[in-house]
Design a protein around this ligand. Sequence first.
Ligand SMILES: [Zn+2]
Length: 496
Amino acid sequence: MNKFLILLGAIIVVVSCKSDKTVLTLSNGIHISNVHIITSEDGTYSPYVGHVVTEEGKIIYVGEEEPTINGSFESIDGTGKFLIPGLIDSHTHITEVQGMLPYQMEAHGELAEAFIAQMPKSYLYFGFTTLINLGGISEKQISDFNSQPLHPDLYHTGRSGASVANGYPMNFAPEEFRFDGAPNFIYLESEADNIPDKFNPSDHTPKAVVERIKKSGGIAVKSYYESGFRGMPKLPVPTKQIMNDLMENTHKNGMVLTVHGNSLEAHSFLTDVGVDVIAHGMWNWGEYRNVPSDSLPDEVKNVLDLQIQKQIGYTPTLTVLAGEEALADFLFLNDPQLKKVVPHKLLEWYATEEGQWFAKELFSELPTEEVHKIYGGIQAQAMLALKYLSDNNGRILFGTDTPSAPTYGNQPGHNGYWELKLMKEAGMPLDQILASATINNAQAFALDSVGSIAVGKKAHMLLLSKNPLQDIEAYNAIEKLFVRDTVVEREDLSVN
Ligand SMILES: [Zn+2]
């Protein structure tokens, strides 16, 4: 809050009051006039027609009255249009090239480069102006992303997640680089024999790990509770003591603890501990997986009730399932929206025998209808859990997990739009969907400078030709974006 007071102080220099009309003198400003302003600080919306003025990438005026503006600024007529805050995706991985393994990225360097150059624009194309990378990221990856001329704001969780030794997702890496690739792994007594001697246990306590993540610029700590899925051997998971220590140290360092978990077992454990955010929805109902998908078993309901009571952040990530299911047939690759955000040569590669590698790995023996039946059943349960939270004042945070696996089914930006539509399909009202992707995420991750249209905040806004409180398609009806001090035409962000 103090930050805003200081900013307000600075703005008084350019605001003076002749009569009772606000007078603004700008040097690098934008005035959006007569626009439907749709913003909220608490998830309730009272849209009105008014004016928004920005200067040097910050919002300096929001109100019904038209201010008098002098100096140098751009005017944008918002008549009949809708202005919302830029969207926040609190679960992404900008470190991947969708659908490719490292050796394929090397073999097809040009495709990988084209993808990486387009990716920040693809997120913006679908309105995402703030991303949180929930996994390992290198300094080079951060600076490469930030050196693109137009890009969303990027926040991260350090050089690697706080995974327990040999637990998820370390288990995917070959043993010889597993530990070097996860500098923030947490020492587990039970894995002592399987940890190379060169690692000192005192460098891998929850305290040491959290301090390292803070030092590397992280805003949150990502940990994991995953005992295994899809035929994996049983994986080691954190103890309650470890999770409590992680939480205590995360808070001591002014950060947020967000933890992977998508099963009843994981949600139950994490809810009991009371972590800040669970980075996935609950779709793996364990022993209740075969119950009819139109009602919640009591055990699932009890965990959700406790999450509501403790106001734990719940990140539905419905596109994790949809983005795998997408590999079952070619319908997905024919989506015209994909051509806007994925380099066309890469789209062609996905359809090749080589590009189909993950589809084959997942579904080689299953007929397509069977895949849709299985995934449809799990998604119905994920949606039922989400609807319950939505109906009962749960704390729902928009996040996609783009990409959740080496699938080409989770594409930057496009996946976010898909997630928004799936949330609607699950029965969430449109005002809650908008709040989840803006103010809820900003508050949950303490990103005070974004999430709403208010004086002092960054000028991250979307100008829409449809009303997002009436039509989910509004998120695909973006005309212009305001990204800091730049006005961007949406079409300029698409693949050439
Ligand atoms: Zn993830």
